[in-house]
Design a protein around this ligand. Structure first.
Ligand code: ZN
Length: 163
């Protein structure tokens, strides 16, 4: 279930403690069920151990039980990206984006994924959105560096004169 952020009015999923746009506390926060948490833990162990097929399987199981856990989609997309399944990674990352529309990293990753599969228009759109979000994203720790990375990617598009 999505709730409305009391700070800015954006949608906030029930498993997020804070709003992805403004960082306000979510008073409707509820943690995922224990069996979902267990799957997420197994998935993270597999991911960190570079057992990506196993990680993907655990994340998909977690999503089947609870379709509103941001980290499940985010790391599912990351694992799929590492093993080169870019189209599926995009689908998973777009689900993560729907849950946290104010998250810069998600938009940056989507831009890079679309770039990898040669879809320049989408790549540019997501990178431009990332550049807009990075200025006020409460989740970004090194704002300057991420901003530089995004600007570098966008500059490439201009150099190639694709638009
Ligand atoms: Zn908010």
């Amino acid at each position: 279930m999505m709730a409305k952020c009391s700070g800015c009015g954006a949608n906030v999923p029930s498993h997020d403690e804070t709003c992805s746009y403004c960082g306000s506390h979510n008073p409707h926060y509820v943690p995922p069920d224990n069996n979902v948490n267990q799957l997420l833990e197994e998935a993270m162990k597999a991911y960190e151990g570079e057992r990506y097929a196993a990680a993907i399987d655990f994340y998909n199981q977690a999503i089947a039980l609870d379709p509103e856990v941001f980290s499940a989609y985010f790391y599912l997309a990351a694992a799929l990206t590492i093993i080169g399944r870019h189209a599926e990674a995009i689908k998973a990352m777009e689900k993560a984006q729907a849950l946290r529309p104010g998250n810069t990293a998600v938009h940056y990753n989507l831009g890079m994924l679309y770039k990898k599969i040669g879809r320049q228009a989408e790549a540019r759109m997501y990178l431009e959105k990332a550049l807009e979000l990075v200025k006020r994203d409460p989740a970004v720790q090194s704002q300057k560096q991420l901003r530089k990375d995004i600007e570098k990617e966008l500059a490439e598009f201009k150099r190639w004169k694709l638009f």
